[in-house]
Design a protein around this ligand. Structure first.
Ligand SMILES: C[S@@+](CC[C@H](N)C(=O)[O-])C[C@H]1O[C@@H](n2cnc3c(N)ncnc32)[C@H](O)[C@@H]1O
Length: 169
């Protein structure tokens, strides 16, 4: 296979050590592993890790590329575990009890110059309507109480928090 800058074209993330914080059932860990990254997925819920392990077992390619650990980000930081080229926190910050400290912890497990990727639900009237009212109370797609409006954050606020956290790293 042809190579660009030492990366396989078919594995653009090869050589990247990546932490998927709050990996749940491995929805993102798996595709990131297929793209070549060495992924560690962590989640404090044992059931989620069990589901992720089980789903991973269907694809032998993932055996060596994706590993899961049953722990929180805070546990990792406390035990001074490894550092990563990239940290992904997808749909996790809206569940954090202390967002500032969660972001600090993300930064602590990042290598110097590493990248932090965060996805979350915006704080808008629409996200209240769809994310809480419809999804939880009307259609019961997710259990009631899954989301807390007070924990939703607008991109501009998250950006401000990230900027201020950088200087404390
Ligand atoms: C909405 S799920 C997102 C799952 C997955 N990232 C995805 O996008 O499909 C949020 C997950 O974050 C986990 N979580 C919450 N706080 C965490 C923390 N402090 N450290 C690690 N995981 C956490 C929860 O257990 C839950 O599985």
């Amino acid at each position: 296979m042809s190579k660009i800058h030492n990366h396989d074209v078919g594995s653009p993330l090869s050589g990247i050590k990546l932490l998927d914080v709050g990996c749940g059932g491995g929805l993102l860990s798996e595709p990131l592993g297929r793209l070549g990254a060495a992924v560690t997925g962590i989640d404090p819920l044992e059931d989620n890790i069990r589901t992720a392990e089980q789903h991973k077992s269907f694809d032998p390619v993932l055996d060596k590329r994706v590993q899961y650990r049953n722990c929180s980000l805070e546990d990792m930081v406390e035990h001074g575990m490894e550092s990563y080229d990239a940290v992904v926190a997808s749909e996790v910050v809206e569940h954090a009890n202390d967002l500032e400290s969660f972001i600090q912890s993300c930064l602590q497990v990042l290598k110097p110059g590493g990248s932090l990727f965060i996805t979350t639900i915006n704080k808008t009237q629409l996200s209240y309507l769809f994310g809480i009212l419809l999804a939880e109370k009307v259609m019961a797609l997710v259990p009631e109480g899954t989301h807390d409006w007070d924990k939703f954050i607008a991109p501009v606020e998250l950006e401000r928090l990230l900027e201020s956290s950088k200087s404390f790293k």
